[in-house]
Ligand binder design. Sequence first.
Ligand code: ADP
Length: 251
Amino acid sequence: ERVAPRTLEVQGLTQRFGGFTALSGVDLRVGPGEVVGLLGPNGAGKTTLIDAVTGYNRVTAGTVRFDGEEITRWSPHKRARAGLTRSFQSLELFDDLTVRENLLAASDRQDLLSGVTDLVWPGTARLSDTVRAAVAELELEDALDLRPDELSYGRRRLVAIARAVASRPSILLLDEPAAGLDENESAELGRLIRRLADTWGIGILLIEHDVPMVLAHADRVLVLDFGVTIADGTPEEIREDGAVRKAYLGE
Ligand code: ADP
């Protein structure tokens, strides 16, 4: 079952901190089922952009629209409830619950009702199709009845991503989801990201240092440098962009 199709649109986003301009006039669009990669060297403004989109910073200028509605001044909580979800690292998992319970706790009402069913008829716990597919894709089935603190660091991070998916977001913002993952886990994650977009219509903004992963899975890629967009195009266009190679790939 696909998520509600909604488009995230950022226009002319500028973020100053005192006299320092971290972002300057950035435009960005993420539509349903699209994976948009956000690349750039350290300090380029990637996290600042996600903070602005999720409402953690009050932006200096520009607008954020979600499904056409301006949400620039909405609280982070209101944005999350509307279906704009950010996956933090693994810090938000409850270590006294099992992985399954963590996923149920993050789920929408229908899943919560199934969770109640499970209390009455143990063993019938129902994770939503989206979450079960995420669990399968991330090879987390054998972790469902363990607690997060019994898992490796990499697997905890994968659980955190499955948990973000459990709320059935229309737009999912992933800030360096592959950090600390091994090669195999990274590859699984890349496939999951593509599948969340293709199968469920989730729009994904992917910030990642793993450039090959972004170029392999994104539909479009935005490259920031010193808070300014230096390139915006398909992975093929980005690969061949002279300015990107110079600023970012050190060529
Ligand atoms: P990236 O995620 O691309 O590495 P950031 O968005 O974290 O970059 O940071 C962009 C720039 O903005 C950096 O120079 C950083 O020091 C600065 N910055 C970020 N947040 C703040 C803040 N709250 N106050 C002052 N400067 C900040």
